[in-house]
Design a protein around this ligand. Structure first.
Ligand code: SF4
Ligand code: SF4
Length: 468
């Protein structure tokens, strides 16, 4: 693909063989759609906010962009952060103990931590780990365009649409590929600060340059300034699996979500590259920047006491992913569903956290807890080393109790999730938040992991419901 001239979307669709009969649509969309216009007009393309959720110009959490700097992600727990916090020797010792615990659990067939649960976790990770390499620039164009009835050497102009049309198109495509919700953040001198300065995983710098094309060297990965739109999307996690937390089944829900996120990312890269634009990604684990932060700015949820994003529909049972593109897009607005306010009185996650990692303070704070936090947000900063130590005690996998305990996580039983009416009240006034918290008496975690294997779960372990 070489040309950079413009082409109307209708001509482009015709060239793709999608403008006429629906028979050739299979290469780009499901048989339900006959062309990209239909994709964009589909319900999946709409940003359908639940009726109690309000859009605003700012997120519900306060941000001081002047004090925020781009973060060195080697300070996160998975890279150097844990060793920095507890000392290298202790980190080594705890890592060794985690391995011993994990092995012992398998040999003793510990319910929830036995071989089959561990195998489920690594199976969940597979797609993500296999495709991490070359994630930044994408896999190229491995799928022949001939699979869509087009000669691969065709010199065609790139796709053109308005930013609003493009956002609708991208949302529809990402949802078809598996995303639960999709939003857009436009990069400027502030929002660029959510990108890390250094990718802690490979030690390379993330840099922005005034170049046409993204490129990478051994020392840096360069995003062109003109690639200024971040497509943010969520992947849901299985509620019944998280309900077994801290069993390894909860970790499996998380590892599967990472793989699904990578799968959507690869497809979006292929889709957007074929339209004639760049689509840059960070592969596994969001190594380019603060994905939940972008999710909050894009209005996919609100920040919470977990210091993670909570979706108004699925609570914290989502993982957030992102790609960066030069396809012009219309940004989506932050939302207010009353979640951050609810966190002030709720505190349930912090009460149940076995390692006291989460703040019990009523008010959020600007004070960070350590080098693993990036300042500039008035939030509930967590003691990440406490949490990571707990993961070590479990034999080296997630705990997840806080995610499962959150009242917004329960899709079926919780008072909050039975009644949209309750969520509307939470979104409107904090007056009844204390009462709603008291009514949520189910801890939400610790369900029998043996019984989980007998459940007849829907695909991916969750019921598909609409939402943002
Ligand atoms: S994962 Fe477990 S240890 Fe970590 S913050 Fe949540 S409840 Fe606490
Ligand atoms: S459990 Fe309560 S305090 Fe914690 S994140 Fe959920 S709503 Fe907020």
């Amino acid at each position: 693909m070489k040309s950079h001239t413009t082409l109307s979307k209708r001509s482009f669709m015709k060239m793709l063989g999608l403008g006429g009969s629906g028979s050739s649509a299979a290469g780009i969309a499901s048989p339900l759609y006959h062309d990209l216009d239909e994709v964009k007009a589909s319900p999946a393309a709409e940003r359908r906010l639940p009726w109690w959720v309000r859009e605003g110009d700012k997120p519900t959490v306060e941000i001081d962009w002047s004090t925020m700097q781009r973060f060195d992600s080697s300070n996160i727990m998975f890279v150097n952060g844990f060793a920095q916090a507890v000392g290298p020797e202790n980190a080594m010792k705890l890592g060794g103990q985690a391995m011993e615990t994990g092995t012992q659990n398998i040999l003793e067939k510990e319910p929830g931590f036995s071989l089959r649960e561990k195998a489920l976790v690594v199976g969940g990770w597979l797609t993500s780990l296999l495709t991490t390499e070359r994630a930044f620039l994408g896999p190229g164009l491995p799928v022949p365009f001939a699979m869509s009835g087009i000669p691969d050497d065709l010199d065609y102009p790139r796709y053109e649409g308005t930013p609003e049309e493009n956002t609708r198109m991208v949302r529809a495509a990402a949802k078809l590929y598996g995303a639960a919700s999709v939003g857009v953040v436009e990069l400027d001198e502030n929002t660029r600060k959510l990108f890390y300065a250094i990718d802690g995983w490979d030690g390379r710098k993330w840099e922005f340059e005034d170049v046409d094309k993204a490129y990478e060297t051994k020392k840096k990965k360069v995003i062109p300034y003109q690639a200024k739109w971040v497509i943010v999307y969520t992947i849901r996690m299985s509620s019944p699996s998280l309900a077994t937390a801290p069993a390894a089944l909860a970790t499996a829900a998380s590892s599967i979500a990472y793989s699904e996120g990578t799968s959507v990312q690869l497809r979006l890269q292929q889709f957007i590259n074929r339209l004639g634009y760049q689509c840059l990604a960070d592969g596994n684990m969001g190594t380019s920047g603060n994905s939940p932060g972008f999710g909050v700015l894009a209005g996919l949820g609100e920040l919470s006491r977990l210091n993670r994003m909570i979706s108004p529909r699925w609570g914290p049972l989502v993982r957030v992913f992102k790609v960066i593109t030069d396809l012009p897009l219309a940004p989506t607005k932050p939302i207010d569903a009353g979640i951050f306010r609810f966190c002030r009185t709720c505190k349930k996650c912090a009460e149940f956290c076995p390692s006291n990692a989460l703040s019990m303070e009523t008010e959020p704070s600007w004070e960070v807890q350590g080098v693993w936090n990036n300042p500039g947000v008035k939030t509930y900063y967590e003691k990440a080393p406490n949490c990571f130590s707990q993961w070590m005690k479990l034999g080296g996998h997630d705990c997840g109790i806080c995610l499962a305990a959150c009242p917004f996580s329960k899709q079926d039983k919780s008072f909050i999730h039975i009644h949209d009416f309750v969520r509307q009240i939470i979104a409107t006034t904090p007056m009844f938040n204390g009462m709603f918290r008291k009514l949520d008496t189910d801890p939400g975690y610790g369900k029998d992991p043996e019984a989980w294997w007998e459940l007849d779960l829907p695909p991916h372990g969750y019921n598909n419901t609409q939402g943002i």
